[in-house]
Design a protein around this ligand. Structure first.
Ligand SMILES: Nc1ncnc2c1ncn2[C@@H]1O[C@H](COP(=O)(O)OP(=O)(O)O)[C@@H](O)[C@H]1O
Ligand SMILES: N[C@@H](CCC(=O)OP(=O)(O)O)C(=O)O
Length: 362
């Protein structure tokens, strides 16, 4: 049982398959049961942010478009119809517990600059501070292909680190990550993963559930990254009765748990860690600089270690840092624009191009 004095902030991501029945219809009973558990968690001093998929699935179950639609159009109309229906159910069930909840629809672009990121953080923090449960989903009606999140697992990781959650629970339709094909009776759930030691990549199958977008691969990638940023990640079966309360209160609950790193990561570094896709340029560095950045020492990127750069960027933009062979080793926020960096390449006694505080080593 958890202490009833300190507030514990947690993020819970609910996959499409948890919320839909076999015939594709919205599983109202499941939503109601999950809301009951969240309400109970609040009594146990948990602050909860929900990241809920299910808009497209809920829309598909409700409408049949006239004729054949392209992928983007169908996602748009299904999510427009489905998101409204989904949030409506959450409101009805949370109202029964007298808990206010609110809808946060977002896009990857809303995390692209530090300003946007802080704006998103403020929105969700102020909701939590006022006892309101944020129910977050990607805004599928306006997200276009190249600017989409891989899936809501990626979004949930971003939200969990951004809000300094101590735990991220990813609910899917499976008990955790299996050490083989989940349909093979010899496979078992891997109960604990230490990202410093264990690499379980070989067990991840490309298969995914009927309504899922990214499959287990994105869950694994995100869970690793988030655990390394100090957040405990749990992958569990959202279809199981009382799963949320069991995860919190019963250590023997079947699930996969990623052990969080004990090294603290600053909020700026967390933002940078998730901003790789917004990189405006590449900075190539020599072997010495590459060894220095990868070491355990606190090291900033100095111009003396830079061999060449690519791209047009401003001070404050995200840049990717690569070694001589072109392997990415870090992402950072540059202190100079590309023209200034060109002038500084190879010089000693200059200010860092990327300060350690703004550097995320892969
Ligand atoms: N090693 C594995 N262990 C468990 N599930 C796996 C594994 N490899 C692939 N999967 C697949 O990943 C699916 C869960 O991902 P996904 O379909 O995206 O779910 P969600 O909709 O909850 O995000 C499982 O139903 C399973 O088919
Ligand atoms: N934004 C989409 C969710 C897409 C997605 O990531 O789905 P899932 O893999 O089930 O978490 C929706 O609400 O339908």
């Amino acid at each position: 049982m958890t202490s009833h004095n300190t507030k514990h902030r947690i993020a819970i991501k609910i996959g499409s398959n948890v919320l839909s029945r076999k015939d594709g219809s919205l599983d109202i009973t499941r939503i109601s049961a999950l809301v009951d558990q969240v309400s109970e968690l609040r009594k146990q001093n948990y602050e909860v942010v929900l990241i809920s998929s299910g808009a497209v699935a809920a829309g598909k179950a409700r409408i049949s478009p006239k004729g054949k639609l392209d992928v983007v159009s169908s996602r748009q109309i299904y999510s427009a119809v489905g998101q409204a229906r989904l949030i409506n159910q959450y409101i009805i069930f949370f109202d029964n517990h007298n808990i206010p909840c609110g809808q946060v629809l977002t896009t990857k672009e809303n995390f692209s600059t530090r300003y946007h990121y802080l704006n998103q953080r403020n929105c969700m923090s102020v909701m939590l501070d006022n006892g309101i449960i944020p129910i977050v989903n990607e805004n599928d009606t306006i997200s276009v292909t190249e600017l989409m999140f891989t899936d809501n697992d990626e979004l949930s990781g971003l939200v969990a680190t951004m809000l300094n959650c101590e735990r991220l629970i990813i609910l899917s339709n499976i008990d955790g990550i299996y050490n083989g094909n989940p349909s093979d009776k010899n496979s078992q759930v891997i109960t604990e993963i230490d990202t410093q030691k264990d690499n379980i990549e070989e067990y991840i199958q490309s298969s995914k559930s009927s309504a899922g977008r990214g499959g287990m691969q994105t869950k694994y990638n995100i869970a690793r990254k988030i655990a390394e940023e100090g957040v405990e990640v749990i992958i569990a079966n959202g279809k199981r009765e009382n799963i949320l309360l069991d995860i919190i209160n019963n250590p023997n609950t079947l699930c996969t748990r990623f052990i969080p790193s004990s090294k603290p990561t600053s909020t700026v570094k967390k933002w940078i860690a998730h901003s790789e896709s917004f990189s405006k340029g590449e900075i190539y560095i020599n072997e010495g600089a590459s060894i220095a950045l990868k070491s355990d020492e606190v090291t900033s990127l100095l111009p003396i270690g830079i061999t060449h750069i690519q791209g047009v960027f401003e001070a404050g933009d995200i840049v990717t840092i690569l070694d001589e062979k072109g392997n990415q080793i870090a992402v950072g926020c540059t202190a100079f624009n590309n023209e200034e960096v060109e002038q500084l390449i190879g010089k000693s006694n200059s200010k860092p191009i990327v300060h350690y505080d703004y550097l995320y080593i892969d």
